[in-house]
Design a protein around this ligand. Structure first.
Ligand code: LLP
Length: 421
C-alpha cells in the first residue's frame, strides 16, 4: 500500500493553471475538477468487469460525459439522476444496463419511469419488488442485501446493520425471492454496499456474506456488485487502498460462484468518492482575517452551503493558500469559517462540532483558500441557504478549462417562487 504524498499548505496552481487567474476568470467560490485525476482513478479499477459510477458523488453532466467516454456506466438513485445520465449520453432503459436505478424506495415518478422505460432496478426493499412487479412483471431485477453489519467513515455513512435503512435484511432473502417469483421477476444479481469509507477487515466478511447469499438464491445470479465505499486519502497519514488486493478478494468470490453455477458471473464495482474526490478543489477568497480573543479566523466566501462535509461529519479536508498578494512562508494557526449566519459554518471542525484550528500560511484579505479533495459529495450537497448562489463548476482538462456550470444568479435562486394574488 503506498503512502500518500504530503499535502502542501501553499498552492499556486491547479493542474498547471494559476489559482488566482482561475479565480479571476470564474469568480469565487468555484469548484475545479481535474479530468486527468478522474481518468487515472478509472484506469486503476480496470480489472473489474463493470465500473458503475455512483453519480451521487458528483453528477455534473460534464463529469458524467467524461465517465461515459472512459467506458464507465452509472447508477441513479432518483428520477433526476436518471435524467442527468440520459442528458450526458448514457443509454437509458430498453434493457440497457448503462443506468441502473438503485434505492430503498420508489417515489411515484421513479417507479413510473423504471416501469415504462424498462430501466434495470436494484431493489433495496420488499416493497420495491412488489411495486415494480405489479407494473412490470417478467423483468430481471437485482437485490441490494444488508448483510447485518456495516462500516463507514462516519456513523452517517455506515449502510449496514439493523440501524441502517438500506437494503433487504439478509434473513428476508427467501421471502423476497418468493415475492419476486410471484410477480414473475427474476433475481439476476446481488449487490452489497456496507458503507462509505470501508476497509479490508470488513471485506472478507462482506465477500463471505455475498457468497452465502448468492448460493441461497441459486444459478439465476449473473452479476454481483461490490458496491462502493473505497476510501481515498484526505490526510497525510491516510494511505491508498491496495486495489489489486481488493479486486483479488472479490474475484475469488466471483470464481467460486462461477464454479457452483457453471456460468460466468460479472463483477461490478460502484465507487463514487474514489473516482472523483481527489480531482476536486473548492477555491474561495479570504474576505476577512479577524481575531476573536486568542483565536484567529480566516473567513472565506464559501460556506457549508457549498461544502457540507465538515459540518455534517466533521470531515477533514486538506487546505492550502494561493497568494494574490505577497507570498510568505510564515505560518500561523487559523480557524477557517464561511459567510453564513450560523456559528457552525466552520470548515475546520471535528465530528461533534468541535472547532479546531489549522496551521496555514499567514494570509490576507484577497488571498485564496483552496479546500482540496472536494470533488466527491461537494457541489452535489450544496444548497441555497442564506440565499447564497451555488458555486460555478469548472472542468480542467490539461490546457483546456471549461465552465461546466455557471454560478447561480439571484434570479436563479428564486426561480419557481411566486407571491399569491
Ligand atoms: N453505492 C451505494 C448504494 C451507495 O449508497 C453509495 C454511497 C455508493 C455506492 C458510493 O459510495 P462511495 O464509493 O462514494 O463511498 N455524503 C457522504 C457519503 C455518502 C455516501 C452515500 N452512498 C460523504 O460526504 O462522505
Amino acid at each position: 500500500m503506498s503512502v500518500k504524498q504530503s499535502f502542501s499548505i501553499i498552492r499556486s496552481q491547479i493542474c498547471g493553471h494559476s489559482v488566482t487567474a482561475l479565480a479571476e476568470k470564474f469568480g469565487s467560490p468555484s469548484y475545479f475538477y481535474d479530468a486527468a485525476t478522474i481518468r487515472d482513478r478509472i484506469s486503476q479499477l480496470s480489472q473489474f468487469d463493470v465500473i458503475r459510477f455512483a453519480q451521487k458523488a458528483n453528477s455534473n453532466i460534464a463529469v458524467l460525459d467524461l465517465m461515459r467516454k472512459q467506458g464507465v456506466v452509472v447508477d441513479a438513485v432518483s428520477a433526476g439522476e436518471v435524467h442527468r445520465a440520459q442528458v450526458a449520453g448514457f443509454k437509458v432503459g430498453g434493457g440497457s444496463h448503462d443506468v441502473v436505478y438503485t434505492a430503498d424506495i420508489f417515489d411515484r415518478e421513479a417507479l413510473a419511469m423504471c416501469a415504462s422505460q424498462n430501466i434495470p432496478v436494484n431493489c433495496g426493499s420488499p416493497d420495491m419488488i412488489s411495486q415494480l412487479g405489479k407494473l412490470a412483471p417478467g423483468r430481471e431485477i437485482t437485490l441490494r442485501i444488508n448483510p447485518g453489519f456495516g462500516h463507514g467513515h462516519s456513523k452517517k455513512t455506515n449502510t449496514g446493520g439493523d440501524t441502517s435503512k438500506h437494503g433487504i435484511w439478509h434473513s428476508q432473502l427467501d421471502q423476497c425471492v418468493e415475492l419476486a417469483n410471484e410477480h414473475g421477476l427474476k433475481v439476476a444479481g446481488l449487490h452489497m454496499h456496507i458503507g462509505s469509507g470501508t476497509d479490508f477487515e470488513h471485506l472478507s466478511q462482506v465477500c463471505d456474506a455475498m457468497k452465502q447469499t448468492a448460493l441461497a438464491v441459486g444459478d439465476s445470479i449473473h452479476t454481483i456488485s461490490a458496491g462502493g465505499g473505497l476510501p481515498t486519502p484526505y490526510r497525510d497519514s491516510d494511505t491508498y487502498l491496495d486495489i489489486d488486493r481488493y479486486f483479488q478478494i472479490w474475484d475469488a468470490t466471483r470464481k467460486e460462484l462461477e464454479g457452483s453455477f457453471g456460468h460466468p458471473v460479472s463483477l461490478e464495482i460502484e465507487p463514487g468518492r474514489f473516482l472523483v474526490a481527489e480531482s476536486g478543489y473548492l477555491v474561495a477568497e479570504i474576505r476577512s482575517v479577524k481575531k476573536m480573543g486568542e483565536n484567529l479566523f480566516y473567513l472565506i466566501d464559501a460556506g457549508f452551503n457549498n461544502l457540507a462535509r465538515p459540518i455534517l461529519y466533521g470531515s477533514y479536508h486538506p487546505m492550502s493558500v494561493a497568494f494574490a498578494g505577497e507570498p510568505t512562508e510564515e505560518t500561523q494557526q487559523a480557524i477557517v469559517g464561511g459567510p453564513l449566519c450560523e456559528s457552525g459554518d466552520i470548515f475546520t471542525q471535528e465530528e461533534g462540532g468541535f472547532v479546531c484550528s489549522r496551521e496555514l500560511p499567514v494570509a490576507n484579505v484577497g488571498d485564496f483558500l483552496v479546500i482540496e479533495c472536494a470533488g466527491a459529495y461537494g457541489f452535489v450537497m450544496s444548497s441555497n441557504y442564506n440565499s447564497k448562489p451555488m458555486a460555478a463548476e469548472v472542468l480542467v482538462d490539461d490546457e483546456q478549462v471549461h465552465l461546466i456550470r455557471a454560478r447561480q444568479t439571484p434570479d436563479d435562486i428564486i426561480a419557481g417562487e411566486s407571491i399569491p394574488g
